[in-house]
Write a protein that binds this ligand. Structure first.
Ligand SMILES: [Zn+2]
Length: 332
């Protein structure tokens, strides 16, 4: 069996693509040919080939394409012409909608490399040391964050962050917080602190606001250069936050799914955004919107110690899962 270094694989793909419009790769002892095609002026990969690449079954209907393992442990669902997808029942957004033609469906090469591969293959991760985890409770001081008659975001996220830090320390991690009290703190002060401390992970905790009917959990990581964020806007330059594009996605997904496993919440998915703190830190970073203060029921839940504890436990579990993926990647 031949193991292909993925970085080398992508390099060869780029080179060989120009010659053959696809490349045969040796995987799981079998020859897997990943074919490309141009759609909407972007290079797309056949989902059928991605299925073979991960040794998954492939089924396509009018509405969706499903990639699944025989034992049912791995199941990817792609909705045609939409970016919303799921892996083992947990939602995430592609950078670009899927494409479908007849019994073939496609995702962009960027999504294969930067969205899907980080979820399925620990070896895709970029190795880095895990020394200090910086927890960032949003807002503080004069900046109340989301605010309702009975609750303030700055207080809820501080309480959740404290619990998270405590639990991570109990697992043996070195942890710092951008604020430990009700301090005024600019976004720049937060990312400067990450640089000064040499943070290995940056986890920002927030609560959300919208109309009363909206509720649920969403987790953001940095948008790759040149792509649009989930809620729009394109910026082409590479930012410090793009240093770990692949790891950002893996960290976001592991923490998102670990929180969802603990709280009863609408799954609004792992999304992409260029929030200041995600853009300006050069370690893997995510921002969690733990729920909507503006939704009466969820707003009440967010204020309870039980809910904050479950969110904190979910974050810790996500970090542990990410860490073990990192260790597997380092041993590749
Ligand atoms: Zn906020």
């Amino acid at each position: 069996m031949t193991t292909v270094s993925f970085r080398r694989l992508w390099f060869s793909l780029t080179v060989l693509l120009l010659l053959f419009g696809g490349v045969a790769v040796e995987l799981h002892g079998a020859n897997v040919r990943i074919r490309y095609t141009w759609l909407q002026a972007r290079r797309h990969v056949y989902l059928r080939d991605i299925a073979s690449y991960y040794n998954l079954g492939y089924s396509v209907s009018d509405e969706q394409t499903v990639l699944s393992s025989r034992d049912g442990k791995r199941r990817l669902v792609f909705t045609h012409r939409k970016p919303m997808s799921s892996y083992n029942g947990v939602n995430f957004y592609l950078l670009y909608p899927t494409q479908a033609q007849g019994n073939q469906s496609f995702i962009t090469e960027e999504d294969f490399r930067l969205t899907v591969d980080p979820l399925l293959r620990a070896n895709a991760l970029q190795a880095h040391p895990l020394r200090l985890i910086l927890i960032d409770p949003g807002h503080g001081g004069k900046d109340l964050g989301g605010n309702t008659r009975s609750a303030r975001e700055k207080e809820i996220v501080l309480a959740t962050a404290r619990r998270t830090a405590q639990l991570l320390r109990a697992k043996g991690y070195t942890v710092a917080m951008t604020r430990t009290g009700d301090a005024d703190l600019s976004l720049k002060a937060r990312t400067d602190l990450a640089a000064r401390l040499g943070a290995s992970l940056f986890i920002s905790i927030h609560t959300n606001m919208a109309s009363p009917a909206v509720s649920g959990l969403e987790t953001f990581c940095m948008t790759p250069a040149g792509a649009a964020s989930t809620h729009g806007g394109v910026k082409n330059e590479k930012e410090p936050g793009n240093t770990y594009d692949i790891n950002n996605m893996a960290l976001a997904f592991e923490i998102h799914r670990s929180i969802l496993q603990r709280i009863k919440s609408v799954d609004r998915g792992v999304k992409r955004a260029r929030f200041y703190v995600l853009r300006q830190v050069s370690c893997p970073a995510i921002l969690i919107e733990t729920g909507f203060l503006s939704n009466p029921a969820e707003g009440r839940r967010l204020q309870t110690v039980a809910h904050q504890q479950m969110v904190a436990e979910g974050i810790v579990e996500g970090v542990l899962r990410y860490h073990s993926a990192l260790l597997r990647a380092a041993g590749k």
